[in-house]
Design a protein around this ligand. Structure first.
Ligand SMILES: NC(=O)c1ccc[n+]([C@@H]2O[C@H](COP(=O)([O-])OP(=O)(O)OC[C@H]3O[C@@H](n4cnc5c(N)ncnc54)[C@H](O)[C@@H]3O)[C@@H](O)[C@H]2O)c1
Length: 260
């Protein structure tokens, strides 16, 4: 079989949560590889920053979108198709961490909010992405899972449960759509430097029983946390033709955490 191209080149990708650390690193990489990217995020400020960084490129489309709303996802995916043409890939990267608390003290509203963004948002991204990818003759979907999709984390049960669900959505939908030329995989980052990690460890600071950010960094088998660009590289690989026989899979990008 011929060698497949690891670059995105002329592909068009819809990316939710593209205003975040991992999302924006992915947007920059996809644009640098010649792709067209439709970024959907609930933060208009983050979308403005992305558009400014892209210098008005006509290969970038942005739209405010709440991934928990099926009406908004449906309308924004249609707008992305109209603006950039046929769609070859979808990245479901929007996510929230919730608040840290033991389960008996978790606000049920917080549980609902985490599930709505991290699970329903990914479900909707797959559901509304499939028809667009079928129209293009196939494509790839990449979901943002986490090492928390494979392991428990004390004090983060809603987030952990949501990421286990992302793995289930990925595996089940991958089985459904492989025969139609649509591959559905997930990336499972370990701790990545950025806003989400700072937020989680800011809450830990109030509880001395939790390790510090610095000690956690040192405990990682690679002696550090990841950078958003390192996650973006694997997302781009899973979108590209170089991963043509990868389906229903989870790719850990964690410096070795899951090998512990
Ligand atoms: N940062 C990490 O250490 C880490 C580790 C493992 C997994 N992840 C996962 O990777 C993904 C990206 O994480 P990140 O570090 O870039 O986080 P981030 O907080 O920097 O970015 C998340 C983005 O999602 C957007 N978003 C949140 N709720 C939304 C909604 N309802 N509708 C639309 N957009 C919404 C935010 O505006 C933000 O731009 C998340 O799913 C996260 O759970 C992150």
């Amino acid at each position: 079989m011929a060698t497949r191209n690891a670059a995105i080149l002329d592909k068009t990708i819809i990316l939710t949560g593209g205003g975040g650390d991992i999302g924006s690193a992915t947007v920059q990489l996809l644009l640098a590889q010649g792709g067209r990217v439709a970024v959907l995020d609930r933060s208009p400020d983050a979308l403005d920053r992305l558009a400014a960084a892209a210098g008005g490129s006509d290969r970038l489309f942005t739209a405010p979108c709440d991934v928990t709303s099926e009406a908004e996802i449906s309308a924004c995916f249609a707008k992305a198709r109209a603006a950039l043409g046929p769609i070859h890939g979808v990245v479901n990267a929007a996510g929230i961490e919730g608040r840290r608390a033991p389960i008996d003290q978790c606000a049920t509203e917080m549980f609902d909010a985490v599930m709505a963004v991290n699970v329903k948002g990914v479900f909707l991204g797959i559901k509304h992405g499939i028809p667009l990818l079928r129209e293009s003759g196939g494509g790839a979907i990449v979901n943002a899972c986490s090492t928390a999709g494979l392991k428990g984390v004390e004090g983060m049960a809603p987030y952990v449960a949501s990421k286990h669900a992302v793995l289930g959505l990925t595996r089940s939908s991958g089985l459904e759509w492989g025969r139609h030329g649509i591959r559905i995989n997930c990336v499972a980052p370990g701790p990545v430097e950025g806003r989400m990690l700072q937020s989680i460890y800011a809450e830990r600071a109030a509880d001395p029983s939790w390790p510090s950010l610095e000690s956690r960094r040192a405990l990682n088998p690679s002696g550090r946390f990841g950078e958003p660009a390192e996650i973006a590289n694997v997302i781009a690989f899973l979108l590209s033709d170089a991963s043509s026989f990868v389906n229903g899979a989870l790719f850990s990008v964690d410096g070795g955490v899951c090998a512990l």
